[in-house]
Design a protein around this ligand. Structure first.
Ligand code: HEC
Ligand code: HEC
Length: 449
């Protein structure tokens, strides 16, 4: 009798212990608070709203007008994006077949250039992660393919309705009402008259801008024709291999670039152990005291809204080619719409995998996430050219403690980092060329020879 009750007591004790542990797991205060906060901020009242779709679940990914995502388009786009064999309009023989879209949008650098400014045609070298690229000395500075802003990340770009830092591409969404400036001062925006969304419009232009071409050589000698036939079987022959088809395939591929394996996303999908406590505290700051959520919204943590944070422009870094104080890109949205109220306002970018390339903001003015968080915490503009009255009212001192800043950095650096972006990179491209770069020095540094 005595021993039985002792056994029963031990058993009861064990049951209690297991129960307490499981309660403890459920009752991690950060999980509870974060779930509550996210449901409150979500337009549909659920934290699931913030989940990025699986990249193979095409039906759940935002699609471009007239360009439904298909497996065949994504397959073709995934090759073309990295294909250095398209680089056939280089200004000098030495640049031929040396660059691709991925030269400036490196998957290992969060689809950013890995340096202050991307250099495609006219560049040489790669380094470890894009930082080692610079100008071929025989290219005149004026002939380089470079732009006066850092290349945007392409992660979660399916959520970007109007592309570039000033949102100039795309006929719909934010650009409804801007028709009067299309094709005027900036000829590239003529393309908006075709009525497509941001990605499909921009990538039509991007091929010319970046000196790439799809011609019979690419189709037959490199072998892309069957891929176009599969992706655009229902298109008439004269349109099937066109720039539009190429843009549609690349855009479909870009729409699948989703950072859905990041710890924050795994946590949202129910694995409460995917984020550690520091990341959870950082997320709580992001969605509360630090106010980041006011502009970085939805599953992609971006928005097609334009705000001035008063950061320095690329020319002010002193490290960029072909840009100066008069570069229209410095004026942000206002440089496109020509409206006074839009001056110096830039699109809110997606901020996953930011730790993979330490050059932040459109002018690469910050070189670490610590410095970036300090900038938001201090809430004081750094660019003397930007009038204080343009600065967003959400940009003000935050009074975060050192510990809080550290937690916020941890959330950005690891909580929002998808560790498996290789799944978006092909094993090889049809030309068999080295990629993302194929110049002599890059080949050596990328281990292609
Ligand atoms: C020389 C470097 C360079 C190359 C090569 C390059 N890009 Fe970009 N990309 C940029 C820069 C810079 C921006 C931002 C431009 C701006 O805002 O004015 C950008 C922006 C974009 C955007 C807009 C993203 C957004 O959120 O608005 C897309 C899409 C894009 N590039 C796709 C491509 C594709 C597809 C290719 C190949 C055809 C390509 N890029 C080649 C530098 C490059
Ligand atoms: C007022 C709206 C707003 C708020 C609030 C805001 N951001 Fe941003 N964020 C932006 C805009 C706009 C940019 C691009 C600015 C530029 O380059 O000119 C940006 C850029 C960034 C970048 C760099 C992205 C890149 O591609 O270089 C990171 C990282 C970032 N924000 C994180 C945060 C964090 C963390 C917070 C909270 C402390 C925050 N943001 C609060 C609007 C905002």
């Amino acid at each position: 009798m005595k021993t039985l009750s002792l056994k029963a007591l031990i058993f009861l004790g064990l049951v209690l212990l297991v129960w307490a542990c499981s309660q403890d797991q459920l009752a991690n205060p950060f999980d509870v608070q974060l779930k509550k906060r996210l449901s409150k901020l979500s337009p549909d009242g659920t934290e699931e709203y913030f989940i990025l779709p699986d990249e193979r679940d095409y039906a759940s990914i935002p699609q471009g007008k007239g360009n439904p995502i298909t497996y065949e388009k994504v397959t073709l786009g995934k090759l073309l994006f990295y294909e250095t064999g398209l680089a056939r309009e280089a200004v000098a023989a030495r640049g031929m077949n040396t660059y691709s879209c991925a030269t400036c949008h490196l998957p290992t650098a969060g689809f950013m250039p890995g340096r202050v400014q991307g250099i495609a045609d006219g560049g040489t070298g790669f380094g470890d992660n894009g930082e080692g690229r610079d100008r071929f000395d025989e290219y005149e500075e004026g002939t380089l393919d470079v732009q006066g802003a850092r290349a945007l990340s392409l992660l979660n770009v399916a959520y970007v309705t109007n592309t570039t830092w000033n949102g100039k591409f795309g006929a719909n969404y934010a650009n409804v009402g801007t028709e009067n400036v299309w094709g005027q001062a900036d000829e590239t925006t003529e393309i908006n008259h075709l009525g497509y969304d941001g990605l499909e419009s921009q990538n039509l232009e991007g091929l010319d801008l970046h000196r790439m071409v799809v011609d019979d050589y690419v189709l037959d000698s490199l072998g892309y024709r069957p891929y176009y036939n599969a992706a655009f079987a229902d298109w008439p022959n004269e349109e099937r291999y066109s720039k539009l088809a190429t843009s549609f395939a690349i855009s479909a591929y870009l729409r699948t670039l989703l950072a859905n394996e990041s710890p924050y996303q795994q946590w949202l999908k129910g694995d409460l152990t995917a984020m550690n406590d520091a990341e959870k505290r950082g997320a709580l700051l992001f969605y509360n005291k630090a106010g980041c959520y006011r502009c970085h919204k939805g599953p992609s943590l971006s928005s097609t809204e334009f705000h001035a944070l008063g950061v320095n422009d690329l020319y002010q870094s002193g490290e960029a080619y072909q840009t100066d104080a008069n570069d229209k890109r410095n004026f942000g949205r206002g440089g496109f719409t020509e409206r006074e109220e839009d001056m110096y306002k830039f699109k809110v970018p997606s901020i996953y995998n930011m730790g993979d390339s330490p050059f932040y903001f459109h002018g690469s003015s910050k070189r670490s996430l610590e410095d970036l968080v300090d900038y938001f915490n201090e809430g004081v503009k750094e660019n003397p050219n930007v009038p204080q009255e343009q600065i967003s009212s959400f940009f003000h001192p935050l009074e975060l403690t050192d510990k809080e800043k550290e937690d916020l950095v941890t959330f950005l650096e690891t909580g929002l980092r998808d560790p498996n972006l290789e799944r978006y990179v092909p094993e090889e491209v049809l030309s068999g060329n080295c990629f993302p770069n194929n110049d002599h020095q890059s080949k050596h540094e990328l281990g292609c020879q």
